[in-house]
Ligand binder design. Structure first.
Ligand code: PLP
Length: 963
């Protein structure tokens, strides 16, 4: 195969090492004469697909953008006043272009390496502070997936945390005024876990019986605002915990949940500058009272110090994450919504407390003006105390009214035959108020914002907020466009993302997120569509989604795909719930055991528990494959209760297990289903299909293999793909109003989850075509095997398969070196920062190792730069072994080196400054200095600080510098 690189063929730009000479050099190093012979040896015959992918031929960037424009044009934008958890908002252009559309932000990885992540950690800490201030609860996390699933997480948190006698095993009570999609999601989770849920009107008091926890919503979906304090007090009296789902914008005017006695507040930050995106991605939030922080799901940014005592941000309480706690984890959430949380936090930084309050007051006054006009013309309102949403009683005329408004370019919410909902938002003008009023035959008084006649609709004193919020300087400084632009830039300059360096993270597939793939996501034809808009307005969206689903079916060999799950973890839960539904439909209620290999990703075990399953661990053999004797024994012991096995393929060890078909057959023979974790699909696309080699269901990670960027820890899309027999149990639609194959348990608030980022994966598939995708997979194998071959003498590759080859990633084993010299895998990870690299995956799936995945997008020069860095680091380890320097006084243990450390006039280390910062010459031109030295993990966990610290902490240190 001779490769003719052609700059207009997208695959030639997506694949980094594409020049014939480069490919030959890499092949020679591995000892193969063609990529195909390498692939034939590495990928077992038994799983290889016989025919090439039958996808549309590759299109050029120009053609793909043309098709996307045509699809966007088939969607119809409207004035979106449907509400129900989604509100139009203005994304300030400076934030849209410099955060949402800026590679420095969107190509960053989850901030597990704090030294190269201080910028996004600060932005996420701002998000937490904003949430904490607005809800008046002291500890907030750095985002959850969507509002409805955040409520489900809160319900589970209450069930874990509530140990009070009589209440612990009680039911969960949901207020009837919750978002309907929230009720559907909570019911779905509760059904799998077997606890009772009751929906009741809590404005008239609590129902009888033992209550574990209560969920209220402020304002309710009807728009109603009422004082929650009495019902919260009554719930507490009975030993229940209380969650309030609250609108952050409303909380600038309304008494926050924390001040009314709530234990937990949840909700979405969508209307803080994040487009509607046809339902997502949006950042949900959760805040808790003191004492509950250690069981808070999701990621929490905390403040610690670096080795020099400087304050430094890091992810706190990382030890609680799924990888350690597995089936005992607080939640299965891994990828969350970091990028959208950052957008929302910047919106608060941009507007400040006065700006947010002014927006809220305008929204409220427009809603009041509309209410006054409607009331004056005799239209009946369900509630007179509201923030932004009115529920209007129009007996028998709801359909007509909604249709009339739609013809005038305005979407209202059809609730039932007699009721219409109207939600005002930041984009609503006096003219829009007048147009909506006209639909009901009413005319607003005055200019549409004034208080004439609307005095009756003021918030009652007992619901009015009196406390301050967002008093921290960060929310009160960056007022001019120049200031905010520089603040955004300053933060991103502190970080390493894919726009500066390869990120060789095994299991995470940090590949190119091409600009052409990203372009469409902020076009109004995609971004400004409400998830509950009528189907006639979403033709383009549904065509794009249907096309992507069909392409993913072809790629995976499954019969049906649902794009609803908004992360891999959610795809796992959806797939396992489909398996559960299937067994139940056949009367196999006892099939609840899920076999999971020891090496599995931590989310697997956590998801199985959420699906109501019991986890049984299968041992790993010495060569890294599944221990067949143990598997046979476990199947035998549990065959009557066997629900499923969850395997990852290629395994998390980065190797193609040759007898995966036998594993699948053995499980099937015992009546179990096979779940193939498809997060490693980058090693399979075009070569093998999990739906054809034994899988019944899989999830894929579009934010890994299919080019959706990681966004500093989200968004993600984790489609679930299944064979026909499981299709009836695929995720249903949580919103009862819209139609769809609402069969299985809904998994996300909106029907298509994080729809807003699907144009990225759609474009990737179209740009590559079947052949390009297959070549990408082969190139990923080539790059991984090249790295393995070049580094094996320096850091032994732990597991290999046929022909001593790896799949798309390789595990470098440092344990022997660590035992001999004391240098740890973490030292190597931190030292790589001095070479300008993001570390590979550290200590997963095997402690004391580094897992390297170059992906197909890196060119040979960059791959060689990485290899050189690793070889130089190995030489430094040898210097420790030889006694040339002490480990404690080595460039390894002192890594990473900040600029401050090396310009200190006192340099008394056992190695020269040049070795600290310029260990290879090329760094003299392109040097990245981390803003902080190595961060102390334990200290941050002991003293958990997870909102913006008082500015003086930083000022004190600034004075140290001055001295
Ligand atoms: C990334 C990953 C997951 C989890 O995906 P999220 O989107 O982070 O929830 C699950 N399994 C494997 C093997 C993975 O690599």
């Amino acid at each position: 195969m001779t490769i003719q690189s052609n700059p207009t063929v997208f695959a030639d730009r997506h694949i980094g090492a594409r020049r014939q000479a480069d490919v030959e050099r890499m092949l020679k190093a591995i000892g193969y004469d063609s990529v195909d012979s390498l692939v034939e040896t590495a990928v077992p015959d038994s799983i290889r697909q016989g025919t090439p992918l039958a996808l549309q031929p590759a299109l050029s960037e120009v053609e793909v953008l043309g098709e996307l424009r045509a699809l966007a044009a088939k969607n119809k934008t409207a004035i979106q006043m449907i509400g129900q958890g989604y509100y139009d908002t203005v994304t300030p252009a400076v934030i849209r272009r410099n955060v949402l559309e800026a590679p420095a932000w969107y190509t960053a990885y989850t901030p597990y390496q704090p030294e190269i992540s201080q910028g996004r950690l600060e932005a996420l800490l701002n998000f937490q502070t904003m949430v904490s201030d607005l809800t008046a609860l002291p500890v907030a996390n750095a985002s959850l997936l969507d509002e409805a699933t955040a409520v489900a997480e809160a319900v589970l948190l209450m069930r874990r945390a509530n140990k009070s006698t009589g209440a612990a095993e009680g039911k969960t009570v949901l207020d009837a005024d919750l978002l309907p999609q929230t009720i559907a999601i909570v019911r779905g989770r509760a059904e799998a876990l077997g606890f009772a849920v009751e929906v009741a009107d809590l404005s008239v008091g609590l129902p009888e019986g033992a209550i574990n926890g209560v969920v209220l919503q402020q304002p309710g979906v009807s728009g109603r605002v009422f004082n929650h304090a009495p019902v919260i007090a009554a719930a507490k009296e009975r030993g229940a915990l209380v969650t309030v789902a609250a609108d952050l914008l409303a909380l600038t005017l309304i008494t926050p949940p924390g001040e009314q006695g709530a234990d937990i507040a949840v909700g979405t930050a969508q209307r803080f500058g994040v487009p509607l995106f046809f339902g997502g991605p949006h950042a949900a939030y959760m805040a808790v009272r003191k004492g509950m922080e250690r069981s808070l799901p999701g990621r929490i940014v905390g403040v610690s110090t670096d080795t020099t005592g400087l304050p430094a941000y890091r992810l706190a309480l990382q030890t609680r994450e799924q990888h350690i706690r597995r089936e005992k984890a607080t939640s299965n959430i891994c990828t969350a919504q970091a990028l959208l949380a950052i957008v929302a936090s910047m919106y608060a930084v941009y507007h400040g407390p006065e700006g947010l309050k002014a927006i809220a007051e305008t929204v409220h006054s427009h809603a009041r003006a509309l209410a006054a006009a409607l009331a004056a013309s005799g239209v009946e309102l369900l509630h007179t105390s509201f923030f932004d949403t009115l529920t209007v009683h129009v007996p028998g005329r709801a359909g007509v009214i909604v249709g009339l408004a739609e013809r005038g370019g305005i979407n209202l919410r059809p609730i039932d035959a007699d009721h219409v909902g109207i939600s005002v938002d930041e984009t609503t003008t006096a003219d829009i108020v007048a147009r909506v009023a006209a639909v009901f035959g009413a005319v607003p008084a005055g200019d549409g914002t004034d208080q004439a006649g609307s005095a009756g609709f003021a918030l009652t004193a007992d619901t009015e907020r009196t406390s301050d919020f967002l008093t921290h300087p960060v929310f009160n400084t960056h007022r001019s466009e120049t200031q905010i632009l520089r603040y955004i830039r300053r933060l991103s300059d502190r970080d390493l993302a894919l726009d500066r360096t390869m990120i060789p993270l095994g299991s995470c597939t940090m590949k190119l997120n091409a600009t052409a793939e990203m372009e469409a996501i902020s076009w109004p034809g995609f971004a400004s569509i409400h998830p509950f808009a009528p189907d006639s307005q979403t033709v383009g969206w549904r065509e794009l989604i249907g096309g992507l689903e069909a392409d993913l079916c072809e790629i995976t060999g499954y019969d049906q795909v649902s794009l609803q799950p908004n992360a891999g973890s959610q795809g796992e839960l959806a797939g396992l719930l489909a398996i559960r539904g299937y067994h139940l439909s056949r009367g196999d209620v006892q099939r609840t055991i899920c076999l999971i290999p020891q090496s599995a990703h931590g989310t697997n075990a956590a998801s199985a528990v959420l699906a109501g399953m019991k986890v049984v661990v299968v041992a790993t053999a010495a060569d890294g494959t599944i221990d067949h004797a143990d598997l046979t024994a476990k199947i035998e012991t549990h065959k009557d209760q066997l629900s499923a096995i969850m395997i990852t393929y290629p395994s998390t060890h980065g190797v193609y297990d040759a007898d995966v078909r036998e594993v699948c057959d053995a499980v099937h023979a015992a009546g179990g289903q096979v779940y193939v974790d498809g997060a490693n699909l980058n090693a399979l696309v075009g070569l093998a299909q999990p739906g054809k080699f034994g899988g019944d269901v899989s999830h894929l990670n579009l934010h890994k293999t299919f080019c959706i960027p990681h966004g500093g820890g989200g968004p993600g899309v984790g489609p679930v793909a299944a064979k026909a027999h499981l299709a009836p149990f695929m995720p249903g639609d949580a919103n009862a109003v819209s139609t769809g194959p609402a069969t299985g348990v809904p998994i996300s608030a909106s029907r298509f989850g994080s729809a807003g980022v699907l144009p990225i994966s759609w474009a990737y598939v179209k740009l590559m075509g079947g052949q390009g995708l297959t070549e990408a997979t082969k190139s990923a194998l080539l790059a991984a095997n090249y790295i393995a071959s070049q580094l094996n003498d320096h850091f032994p590759v732990l597991y290999t398969g046929a022909g001593d080859l790896v799949a798309h990633e390789c595990i470098l084993d440092l344990r022997e070196l660590t035992a001999r010299t004391g240098v740890t895998a973490e030292d190597v990870a931190k030292r790589l920062i001095d070479y300008g690299f993001h570390a590979p995956t550290l200590s997963f799936p095997v402690a004391g190792t580094l897992m390297v995945e170059p992906t197909e997008s890196e060119d040979l020069t960059e791959i060689n730069r990485f290899i050189t860095a690793m070889v130089c680091i190995r030489a430094e380890i040898d210097q420790v072994a030889d006694g040339a320097f002490d480990l404690a006084d080595s460039p390894l243990r002192n890594a990473p080196h900040t600029a401050a450390a090396v310009v200190d006039s006192l340099w008394d280390r056992g190695y020269p400054r040049e070795q600290a910062v310029f260990p290879v010459d090329s760094l003299r031109q392109d040097k990245y200095f981390p803003p902080v030295g190595r961060v102390d993990g334990a200290a941050g966990d002991r003293n958990l600080v997870c909102s913006c610290p008082p500015i003086e902490d930083f000022a004190d240190n600034a004075t140290d510098f001055a001295n």
